[in-house]
Design a protein around this ligand. Structure first.
Ligand code: FE2
Ligand code: FE2
Length: 169
């Protein structure tokens, strides 16, 4: 079978260049925050809000499982700082799951989450990633790990959706 290398199964990201893949995910979340924070339309918020939370959960899980452990030895205290920031974000995410997009309190919380995430992204993109690039370590093997984790997460999600749909009346 002749496979076009640019065509990938849906939901599968390219991790040939793992840092680039992470930057693209950051960019995607940034756009979702823009959409949420720059509209008065509650319907738009109701769509963008949960997607922000879901994307952040997938992204932080991916970094924690397949990226941070691989780059820990380059700068342990910087990676620790990143992990702490993930923990703070997760607390906000779990609070936000019980809130109604469009409520003033909820909007304020999304704003705070956005500020925290943008700070965190800056630490990664301006401090951690350059150190990883300069270390000369084999990025392909990190990319392979990330690819495996991602494929697994996508198939688990598909299973969960199937089960949910199967139990619906
Ligand atoms: Fe992160
Ligand atoms: Fe990140």
């Amino acid at each position: 079978m002749n496979m076009d290398p640019n065509r990938r199964p849906q939901g599968n990201h390219s991790f040939d260049q793992p840092l680039q893949a992470l930057r693209q995910q950051h960019e995607y979340v940034r756009k979702l925050f823009d959409r949420y924070l720059n509209t008065q339309d509650v319907e738009v918020k109701k769509q963008a809000g949960p997607e922000i939370l879901q994307q952040l959960e997938m992204h932080t899980a991916l970094e924690e499982a397949a990226f941070y452990p691989a780059v820990q030895k380059i700068d342990a205290s910087l990676v620790d700082e990143c992990e702490d920031e993930h923990q703070q974000a997760k607390q906000m995410i779990s609070q936000l799951k019980g809130m109604q997009p469009g409520d003033a309190q909820c909007d304020q919380m999304y704003k705070e989450l956005c500020d925290a995430i943008m700070h965190h992204v800056q630490v990664e993109e301006q401090q951690l990633f350059p150190k990883v690039e300069q270390s000369g370590m084999d990025l392909r093997s990190i990319g392979d790990q990330m690819q495996m984790f991602d494929a697994n997460a996508v198939s688990q999600q598909a299973q969960a959706t199937e089960q949910r749909d199967a139990t619906r009346p």
